[in-house]
Design a protein around this ligand. Structure first.
Ligand SMILES: [Zn+2]
Length: 260
């Protein structure tokens, strides 16, 4: 007779294993997958919870910020007690994930992503996920990911608009193929200067998490990576820019091609 614990283990992923494109094999791949999530704000809250529930085996969360009351309308990981205490987001998120799924490993890093620490944070993962709030960090991730052939998923939300793109070095365009450089910080739109809606964040984070599940569970992602999905959820419009290839003169992809 099974103990309650064994019974739960078998049932836990049953409804997603029954989805045949994922299946038992996909579930085993998820269990051995390792992800680095940079930023545990709005996107990061939802992405980490969805991936923890899906059974992704290792989640490393990097964030140097603390929970405050302006986060509460969209950052689903956090409680009023976290905001009251000003708890570090990486720590609060890891504690919450431990309650959601005790069978996976979650690692909290209360630190800011920088050129000096990205290799140690990303060196042992299968994908980097975007929970970032600025393009300077995204370009740092992009350049590292392309130089080391590591997939990463770009996502961003401002107001009620968002975009998601899976970037696979040498297969798809990279961030620098699309934009030469990050915008000057004073011109960048963000939650502080433009506002952001919780349901828009949850929608884009769900798409990002689904892209991660596809990438990590299937040998070949079922949709072509490199397509950019752009949603305006206030106006109800969607735009999909089909798969882009690495740009010939992209400084980042070009360096990779030349082996420099
Ligand atoms: Zn490129």
């Amino acid at each position: 007779m099974m103990t309650p614990r064994e019974y739960n283990r078998q049932d836990r992923y049953l409804r997603q294993v029954t989805f045949s494109p994922l299946g038992e094999i996909g579930q085993r791949r998820l269990a051995s997958a390792r992800v680095l999530l940079i930023g545990a704000g709005g996107l990061g809250s939802w992405v980490s919870e969805l991936l923890a529930r899906a059974g992704v085996g290792f989640i490393r969360i990097v964030d140097d910020d603390s929970v405050d009351w302006t986060n509460m309308h969209r950052q689903a990981m956090y409680s009023e007690a976290d905001a009251e205490a000003g708890k570090p987001k990486a720590v609060a998120a890891a504690q919450r994930i431990a309650l959601i799924n005790s069978e996976i490993t979650v690692e909290a890093n209360v630190t800011r992503l920088a050129a000096g620490n990205i290799a140690s944070l990303a060196g042992d993962v299968d994908v980097i996920l975007d929970g970032m709030d600025n393009f300077t960090s995204r370009f740092l991730v992009n350049d590292y990911a392309v130089s080391t052939s590591l997939p990463w998923i770009f996502a961003g939300v401002v107001g009620a608009q968002g975009q998601v793109m899976t970037i696979i070095p040498s297969v798809t365009a990279c961030l620098r193929c699309m934009y030469d450089a990050p915008p000057p910080p004073e011109k960048e739109l963000n939650a502080a200067n433009t506002g952001v809606l919780g349901p828009a964040v949850a929608t884009m984070a769900s798409i990002e998490a689904l892209e991660a599940v596809k990438l990590l569970s299937a040998p070949q992602p079922p949709t072509s990576p490199g397509a950019i999905l752009v949603l305006d959820l206030w106006n109800g419009s969607a735009r999909r820019i089909e798969s882009l290839s690495p740009r010939e003169d992209c400084p980042c992809c070009g360096q990779r091609r030349d082996g420099r």
